[in-house]
Write a protein that binds this ligand. Structure first.
Ligand SMILES: [Zn+2]
Length: 501
């Protein structure tokens, strides 16, 4: 059953409304792990670009469009195992999962990820590769029809394609992972097996899901460890498969982020490289480029601080329009004076969505964020003009205060505990971030605007408050007001004076 595009568009619109509501709710939760979709436009035209679901050794697929004299036609979903891809010998997965062999015409060409890396290099652009580990364990399964959301598998996703799981992912493409790192791009954790975290309301209803937080965290750690072994890089961001957050055990993607010390990597501008193909390959590429061209024509600065979603793999029709659209995207961005940098660099330039460079607290907030102090909310806002509650203040100041008083020793449980906690302003101070909680039970959230500190934290909070009074009494000045921005300016001054920031 092929997916019809208008229906899909409608679903996405409805989903967009839900997303906005959820994002407002995230603005009530103070956390070390924020969902970053975009940041406040910094003083220059900079943008980030994420490439999902790779890396892959599979060659670009343009359907029947000639590729430098070669023609690569996506093969049928059943058939003999491929014998040669990209000049190397490809060992087929065991029957009956063999499918989609590329035609011999594609042999000797660069794989898609290599091709994307070359294009990025040509433009001096640095991408953010949101990689998977491997989907090879995601069987038994059946392939879906091209053009629909199940094209990669009915119960699971399979990358690069159903039956060709060993042609994609960090495990099978270790040289590509090393090359991505070596060429200055960022690697982020798109989970090892790309299993959806929980049931999705409208789409992917036949998918097998994670059982809960413990399984999700184990999966993330597996890829984190592999990437560290290959590159010595500690990843800092994760994007849940298909952005589904709610797990069957009541935990969410945010709890997984907190357990891993990650931020949640979202995106704000859709490159469209995953959508089903149009009538021709040329139109498919144009459908990816047009929205960016029109947006920039209407407002040349509109992409500053945004994160653009791209695909490092096939779209739902098993084509790779990104192979040609990327160059056109980069030409447009260059024409309008943009630099493409990694997500980490973007966040280092301007961490929050609502603190603009012109705001009095911009520098202070940026430096505090860099130093790792908790300052933000789940929706990546800082709310500089909102009053800071006592609970928030305790949470935010815990790390610097314990550093100032020499109590930030390893093993000082209360300092680490309080500063790493997520506080849910919608209800309880909900456990769920510490790795110990990965196997714990979910605590249901109750609606309430006031921050609550649970009983076991109260002693720590008192201790922090007492310490804070000692330290702050010896420091000149007080915040200009109780606004979060003013408190940040004052806290930054304090940490600079004491050599912490
Ligand atoms: Zn994905």
């Amino acid at each position: 059953m092929a997916l019809n595009i208008p229906g899909y568009t409608l679903l996405r619109k409805a989903n967009g409304v839900l997303k906005r509501i959820r994002n407002e709710q995230r603005g009530l939760i103070l956390t070390p792990s924020r969902r970053i979709a975009r940041v406040a436009p910094p003083g220059e035209r900079i943008v980030a670009m994420t490439f999902d679901d790779g890396p892959t050794k599979m060659p670009p697929s343009r359907g029947t469009i000639p590729d430098n004299g070669r023609v690569w036609t996506p093969a049928p979903t059943t058939g003999d195992a491929p014998t040669s891809v990209g000049g190397g010998v490809h060992t087929a997965p065991p029957s009956p999962y063999t499918a989609s062999p590329p035609s011999p015409d594609s042999a000797g060409g660069a794989g898609l990820t290599e091709h994307l890396l070359s294009v990025l290099k040509e433009f001096g652009a640095r991408g953010t590769f949101d990689v998977v580990g491997s989907t090879a364990e995601n069987y038994p399964d059946a392939a879906g029809e091209p053009g629909g959301q199940y094209v990669f598998g009915k119960k699971y996703d399979h990358y690069a394609a159903f039956g060709l799981d060993d042609m994609a992912g960090a495990q099978a493409c270790q040289d590509l992972i090393r090359r991505i790192a070596r060429e200055g791009h960022e690697l982020t954790n798109h989970t090892y097996r790309h299993i959806i975290y929980g049931k999705s309301r409208a789409m992917y209803s036949s998918r097998v899901t994670m059982s809960g937080l413990a399984e999700a965290v184990a999966d993330l750690k597996r890829l984190h460890t592999l990437i560290y072994e290959l590159t010595k890089i500690e990843m800092r961001f994760t994007r849940p498969p298909h952005y589904v957050d709610k797990m069957p055990d009541g935990h969410t993607s945010f709890n997984a982020c907190e357990a891993m010390g990650y931020h949640y990597l979202s995106a704000s501008f859709d490159g469209g490289g995953y959508l089903p193909s149009a009538a021709s390959y040329a139109e498919t590429v144009e459908a990816m480029v047009r929205p960016m061209r029109e947006a920039l024509e209407a407002d040349p600065s509109c992409l500053a601080g945004q994160i653009i979603f791209q695909k490092d793999g096939y779209n739902m029709s098993k084509h790779t329009p990104i192979a040609d659209a990327l160059k056109l995207h980069l030409e447009l961005l260059e024409k309008y004076g943009y630099r493409v940098i990694t997500v980490s660099e973007l966040v280092a330039r301007s961490p929050f969505e609502d603190v603009r460079p012109a705001h009095d607290c911009f520098e202070a907030v940026r430096e505090l964020d860099k130093a790792g102090f908790i300052t933000g909310f789940r929706n990546n806002r800082f709310y500089p003009d909102r009053a800071m509650t006592r609970g928030e203040l305790n949470t935010v100041i815990a790390t610097p205060v314990f550093n100032l008083t020499g109590d930030a020793r390893p093993g000082n449980a209360s300092a680490a505990h309080i500063s790493a906690r997520t506080y849910d302003l919608t209800g309880d101070a909900r456990p769920g971030n510490a790795s110990a909680d990965a196997t714990g039970e979910a605590v249901p959230s109750r609606r309430s605007r006031a921050i609550k500190i649970d009983k076991k934290d109260q002693a720590s909070v008192k201790q922090i408050s007492a310490r804070a009074s000692e330290v702050f009494d010896k420091t000149e000045g007080q915040p200009a007001s109780n606004k979060r921005g003013d408190v940040a300016v004052w806290l930054h001054k304090l940490t600079v004076l004491n050599g912490l920031c």
